[in-house]
Design a protein around this ligand. Structure first.
Ligand SMILES: [Zn+2]
Ligand SMILES: [Zn+2]
Length: 110
């Protein structure tokens, strides 16, 4: 899984299938659940299907309310915003240190 990308089970399965892997979607699901449990990947629960990303540099996520697309947002871009959010609302990042910012992606806001 490429760093910074967050794919659903279906998208991961489609990519593997295109790459010539004969794998069942249920196997993709079990593998991603296992990798998430041990911290190699992490799950993003947005409005769309759950998406999985590789756990590397700490990052926040944006999610499109319309199409469910998830993007990674480097933590360093959001240091001040994260501090303000916590100060103003008491909201803290989740256990993986991430905020989930919801809105409309570029494709859906046109
Ligand atoms: Zn992520
Ligand atoms: Zn969108």
């Amino acid at each position: 899984m490429v760093s910074g990308r967050h794919l659903s089970i279906t998208e991961t399965w489609e990519e593997l299938t295109r790459a010539g892997e004969a794998i069942h979607p249920a196997t993709v699901y079990r593998t991603l659940e296992t990798l998430t449990a041990v911290g190699v990947t992490h799950a993003v629960h947005g409005p769309g299907p759950t998406r999985y990303g590789a756990t590397g540099d700490p990052h926040h996520h944006t999610v499109c309310q319309r199409c469910g697309a998830v993007a990674a947002l480097s933590g360093e871009h959001l240091v001040e915003a994260a501090a303000r959010i916590e100060e103003l609302t008491g909201l803290r990042p989740d256990s993986s240190g991430s905020f989930l910012v919801s809105g409309r992606c570029a494709r859906c806001s046109g």
